[in-house]
Design a binder for this molecule. Structure first.
Ligand code: HBI
Length: 96
């Protein structure tokens, strides 16, 4: 399934509106690190993100160690960033 990639302007707008996220080296993804009080809080956050990902049919690439969660968002079907990533950034922000 091919999905439209964000335009350069849309990508810039996404980054400007969400300064906690940074663009990956290849420009095809955005990344953010979250720090929580302990593993329990981190895992609870990951569980909520997982449910959102299922609802959006859009899944993060992520890493967790203890209280740290690193999330990378990209759209494999677009080989870059798409509106699905924009929507996930907003949905994740609403969890914090
Ligand atoms: N998640 N990040 C990401 N990117 C995708 O392209 C994607 C996904 N989750 C499910 C999904 N695509 C399916 O729609 C396709 O594999 C059919």
């Amino acid at each position: 399934m091919s999905i439209a990639e964000l335009t350069d302007a849309e990508r810039e707008a996404l980054l400007a509106a969400n300064p906690d996220w940074t663009l990956s080296r290849d420009g095809k993804a955005i990344e953010r690190t979250f720090k929580f009080g302990d593993f329990n809080e981190a895992w609870g956050f990951m569980n909520r993100v997982a449910l959102i990902a299922e609802k959006h049919d859009h899944h993060p690439e992520w890493f967790n160690v203890y209280n740290r969660v690193e999330i990378t968002l990209t759209t494999h079907d677009a080989d870059g960033l798409s509106q699905r990533d924009v929507d996930m950034v907003a949905a994740i922000a609403a969890l914090l």
